[in-house]
Design a binder for this molecule. Structure first.
Ligand code: ADP
Length: 482
């Protein structure tokens, strides 16, 4: 590098000497300097200029090469990870290269910090996404209808149950004004009022009626304010809990309590009255006394049947652990039932016959419960058959089905078709029959529970108004002894 610099200096000096020599030649004319000296100066100047030009060319080439290397290095950084290594450079370019390396180092640190921050954000985003999906899954699994609205009364979140109950499409509801999504002005008003109350601790509970598929449903609606970190109201969470069934059940229960009280009071009052008459000597002859005793016996039986029904229902509903199973011959049970019910049938001049298959009608079950089920069926047949009617109890074995069947057929009032699907519901009574006989609507429900839940069998009914009814039960036969 030094020799090149010297070359350049020499070049410059000789060029200057050449210029001076030519100048002198011009100024003093051809005779002022001896020809040999001038020629020597010109030759030296020419040589110096040639050396200077060559040095310049070499320096230029070296400069080009260094700049190219530096450019290549910078270009390579586009594709390769940032490095703090100083780029290759000649010593005269070193300060630039070092400065560049330092800038690169700083940039690398910033890039590393940004990469780490981006990774952290990605992790947080993934966690937030998983938490959001988890929260949505929880929201969807809630059977209550849940609707969340924001500070602008727009739908922020809702679950399937809300969409079903309040009849809107979940897809298009998000970020839509609540009054455009819900077609229930009362509920919309409740939501808006709650938000506008501005009370962060606002929590309201109201009863609300909604028509779903032509049926009125009752909901307990809870509206709670959602607050932001500044404790301002940022939205409202509305939860609709369906209490229709609870209401129906509590109505049924109170109907049941009043029905049962009435049913208990009627035979009790009758028993009390006849006993008082007997004590007061109001039955002077044996015939009257027998009549009174008979009434007392019938009413006592009625009372005990009612109490048995209630107790058996609670026995079945409290679990099957208290069921005692033995091998039960159904014809024997039927004979006992007919024996018990015959006086009642005779009192109303109703013919009561049994046609029992001599085959092996054995069932593995609870004798008392099976007796109770048949007693209810025969009791109903007597209750809903006018005086002078006919009742037949048939029992046999269905080889193909491997079941024992019992049919109780009457030629009584029959059951309207619309009532047939509900007949086995608890407390259900046919409206038209309420005048014909007293009842609680528990008997058939108990029959169904005994036959289906306890014994794994089935109950069917076939009936025509004015012609009569047939109630059939099928029970799996007992395998032992076959
Ligand atoms: P209840 O105590 O009212 O008799 P059940 O559960 O035994 O209660 O019967 C439910 C309803 O089914 C009765 O109220 C009656 O309307 C109808 N029902 C039951 N058995 C007969 C029948 N053999 N003939 C006509 N209707 C019947």
């Amino acid at each position: 590098m030094f020799s090149r610099t010297l070359g350049i200096v020499m070049g410059v000096l000789t060029t200057t000497a050449l210029v001076v020599a030519i100048g002198c030649a011009d100024a003093f004319g051809p005779l002022s300097l001896p020809g040999g000296v001038l020629a020597a100066i010109v030759a030296a100047a020419t040589l110096g200029a040639a050396v200077g030009v060559t040095a310049c060319l070499l320096t230029r080439r070296e400069l080009d090469r260094a700049v190219r290397a530096l450019t290549r290095h910078i270009e390579s950084l586009r594709h390769e990870p940032l490095t703090c290594e100083p780029p290759p450079a000649p010593s005269w370019l070193r300060p630039v290269a070092d400065h560049m390396a330092q800038i690169l180092g700083d940039q690398r640190k910033r890039l590393d910090a940004l990469t780490a921050a981006r990774r952290e954000l990605e992790i947080q985003l993934r966690i937030a996404d998983a938490e959001r999906r988890h929260a949505e899954a929880i929201l969807q699994s809630i059977s209550d209808a849940v609707l969340v609205t924001d500070a602008f009364n727009e739908v922020a979140l809702a679950n399937d149950s809300a969409a079903r109950t309040l009849r809107f499409s979940l897809d298009g509801a998000r970020h839509q004004p609540v009054d455009r999504v819900l077609r229930d002005p009362t509920l919309v008003k409740l939501i808006k009022d709650t938000r506008e109350s501005g009370n962060a601790r606002c929590h309201r509970q109201v009863e609300h009626h909604v028509h779903v598929d032509g049926r009125e449903q009752v909901f307990d609606v809870t509206l709670s304010c959602v607050t932001n970190p500044q404790r301002e109201v940022a939205g409202v969470v509305t939860i609709l809990h369906d209490v229709t069934h609870d209401r129906e059940l509590s109505e049924l229960k109170s109907d049941f309590v009043s029905g049962v009280s009435h049913e208990l009071r009627t035979p009790l009052s009758s028993i009390k009255a006849y006993i008082e008459m007997l004590i007061d000597g109001e039955a002077p002859d044996d015939k009257t006394r027998d009549e009174f005793y008979h009434i007392i016996q019938t009413e006592t039986n009625r009372l005990s049947r009612l109490i048995d029904n209630i107790l058996n229902i609670s026995r079945i509903e409290s679990g099957l652990s208290r069921i005692e199973r033995t091998s039960v011959a159904m014809p024997e049970v039927i004979r006992d039932v007919i024996e018990t019910m015959r006086p009642q049938a005779q009192a109303r001049r109703i013919e009561l016959n049994a046609h029992l298959d001599p085959g092996d009608c054995l069932v593995h079950g609870d004798r008392d419960l099976l007796y109770q089920a048949l007693l209810n069926l025969v009791g109903n047949a007597i209750k809903y058959t006018p005086e002078g009617g006919r009742i037949a109890v048939d029992a046999g074995v269905d080889e193909a089905e491997r079941t024992v069947f019992v049919h109780v057929t009457d030629n009584g009032v029959g059951i309207p078709e619309k009532d047939l699907p509900h007949l086995f519901d608890k407390f259900y009574r046919v409206e038209e029959h309420k005048k014909i006989a007293k009842g609680t609507g528990l008997g058939l429900n108990l029959v169904k529970n005994i036959v289906e839940t306890v014994h794994g069998g089935g109950v069917r009914v076939h009936s025509r108004v004015g012609e009569g009814s047939t109630f059939s039960i099928h029970l799996p036969w007992a395998e032992e002894g076959r």
